[in-house]
Design a protein around this ligand. Structure first.
Ligand code: PLP
Length: 374
């Protein structure tokens, strides 16, 4: 049995999405900017996908711009807004547990002279509203807070950000990295008060290399690329029409009700892990059920991952981008080195099954017993 519990790194592309990409690549292959009928048909595919993404976020289709993924969307949100607001202020508030595409962009902005506040999470992995309230001020031009953390599944107080910005009389815009929440929690851009929001296709059974940024109408943003007129000049360059078409397909297949099935799988594994010696659950109780982060102290993540992989079980030690480096998320939560060194991130999808969970638990127990002895 092959068990794929690394869905927060990426998901299997759905058949409809893959078929759509193939059809666009081989039949509707015109350049969406071309004026002949093949171009017009390709443009229609973009429009249809844009409508799907817009609808899923409760947005207008003119507020959706396709990018190469969420890394690009996050970079555009950060660099594009602060550059347009230089005279307003120079402070950015974010968290210490953001994805590296936000953290590293913020580090660059610090080098450029911006002041960046990286809020630390509480020990449950959540950023506190009080800390947000204390950090946001009249000099803050941007608050960037993710909706769900990609290592622990901790749901962040994204619903409170706009209210805090208003309370503090701050000119700040709110950017929300919704990559791990998208398609799982019902996120509507306007409802959560986001001015900018990033999503990516490959975490929702779409292809890698395509994502989107929502930019609320009227929000000024300086493009970070220059070239053609595509994506209203916000993101020029020939659109990846096949990937975008497939993205639209994956969005149409979002199933919010799958969260119940995923929660059963997560609960089964969590209950089992709690029976093991020296095992800890690093995800908070009220985390998004799609992610479960655990540590079995004394067994290094890599060692356990290799053991699991030898039985065709695929999980990860943390963010795929960190490639085995110590997790900045678990460290920021104040977890001991022993616990961060042994962290395993299990991440599920609507395709995960209870049989896989049972097999995983059997193999995990076997691994725990044999590896601890070594
Ligand atoms: N933000 C979060 C929270 C993520 O988990 C990821 C992917 O791992 C990204 C951003 C980057 O997305 P992409 O792979 O589309 O660049």
């Amino acid at each position: 049995m092959q068990v794929y519990f690394d869905n927060s790194a990426t998901t299997r592309v759905s058949k409809n999405a893959a078929d759509k990409a193939y059809r666009i690549m081989t039949e509707v292959y015109g350049n969406p900017s071309s004026l002949h009928s093949l171009g017009i048909k390709a443009e229609a595919e973009l429009t249809s996908a844009r409508k799907s993404v817009a609808k899923s976020l409760g947005a207008d289709e003119r507020e959706i711009y396709f990018t190469s993924g969420a890394t690009e969307a996050n970079n555009l949100a950060l660099f594009g807004t602060v550059e347009s607001r230089k005279r307003t202020g120079n402070k950015i508030v974010t968290s210490a547990i953001e994805h590296s595409s936000v953290i590293d962009a913020c580090k660059r902005l610090e080098n450029m002279g911006y002041e960046v506040v990286y809020l630390k999470p509480r020990d449950d992995g959540r950023i506190s509203e009080t800390d947000l309230q204390n950090a946001v001020d009249e000099n803050t031009v941007l608050v960037s807070l993710m909706a769900v953390n990609n290592e622990t599944g901790a749901i962040q107080p994204y619903n409170a950000v706009k209210r805090i910005i208003k309370q503090k009389n701050s000119p700040a815009l709110f950017h929300c990295d919704c990559v791990q929440a998208y398609g799982k929690l019902m996120i509507k851009a306007e409802k959560i008060g986001a001015d900018l929001l990033s999503v990516t296709a490959h975490k929702i059974h779409g292809p890698k290399g395509v994502g989107a940024i929502y930019i609320k109408r009227g929000t000024r943003i300086i493009p970070q690329h220059y070239g053609g007129e595509q994506e209203s000049k916000i993101r020029p360059g020939t659109q990846a029409s096949a990937l975008i078409g497939a993205f639209g397909c994956a969005v149409n297949e979002i199933d919010y009700s799958a969260i119940n099935h995923v929660a059963e799988i997560r609960d089964y594994i969590k209950t089992f892990v709690e029976t093991l010696d020296r095992a800890y659950i690093n995800s908070p109780k009220d985390a998004l059920p799609y992610i479960l982060n655990v540590s079995i102290e004394g067994i290094r993540s890599e060692t356990m991952m290799h053991f699991l992989a030898s039985r065709e079980i695929y999980a990860s030690s943390g963010s795929a981008c960190a490639k085995g480096k110590q997790s900045h998320v678990l460290t920021a939560m104040g977890l001991s080195k022993q616990r961060t060194d042994s962290a395993l991130r299990l991440s599920f999808s609507r395709l995960s099954t209870m049989e896989e969970a049972e097999y995983f638990c059997r193999v995990l127990k076997e691994g725990t017993e044999s590896l601890v002895r070594k």
